[in-house]
Design a protein around this ligand. Sequence first.
Ligand SMILES: [Zn+2]
Length: 307
Amino acid sequence: MEVVHTCDACGTALSGNRVEGMGEISLMQCDCGLVITSPRPAPDELDQHYPPTYYSYLPRAPSLKSRISAKLRAYKCGYPAEDGLAGRILWRMAASFVGNFFLFYLPYRGPGKRLLEVGCGTGADLEWARQRGWDVHGLELSESAVEIANKRGLDVQRLTFEDASLPADSFDCIIMSQVLEHLYSPKLALQRCQQILRRGGLLLVAVPKFDSWTRHALGNYWHNLQFPVHLHHFNQPVLERMVRDAGFQVCEVRLSSRILNLIYALRKMKQFHLLGRVFTKPQGTLSDVMLIVAEKSVQPTKRPLPA
Ligand SMILES: [Zn+2]
């Protein structure tokens, strides 16, 4: 294990402000707001903390449920529809109602655009995007997941984001869902996204939301904590600032479904005999996952010169 001395977001020395209410789990909060797991596994120790994940299920022919879900996503994200007028009205109504239950978001940007998903698993989302005209590429560390994605005919490589050879200005969209919190330097990853995206390119970053009621209420039982493999934890203002500092314009922040979060939190409280915590003072949002939608700025972010 290693003790973290400096903050990844702002570079200042960590002053030792422990986050309260996390039991024996040691999270330090920098004055800039970033929350850091410290001590944390050193890079050569990290693998042993990940449970073995083996993907063995090849995708089957789409079921009715998966076809409905794929169509709701397409309507939610504004893709061209082939249904008649009545069908379009009904699907749009359904998508605006049910669509908020899932956080997935990949807006339509026209055909033939290049998409990179970092940490794409078996490539289910990439396949959905490919069917809707994206030219898709993925990176994934699980050997079995890469094998399945390749069998689907997807270009998915078993490489880290740091090690992959990705030319500058080569993608129109990058998805990083539940990835940034696992990295030693989220700041460098965001800067790399900025380099490899084309002008006006889209960045979609989803992470657990530390400033949420469920985190306050569940403390170290919070299911998104994933101690110690989540190395960083983000409040909304911190992540927005990091994304902007990397050269992006934040377009919007989407939050996970409040009602589903509440149901899940209550189930966790019951499981750990913590139902009394339901009276925890409301703090943060009820949603505990956030998705930042950002565009590569046309003008690079200007920073003041150090004094
Ligand atoms: Zn900081």
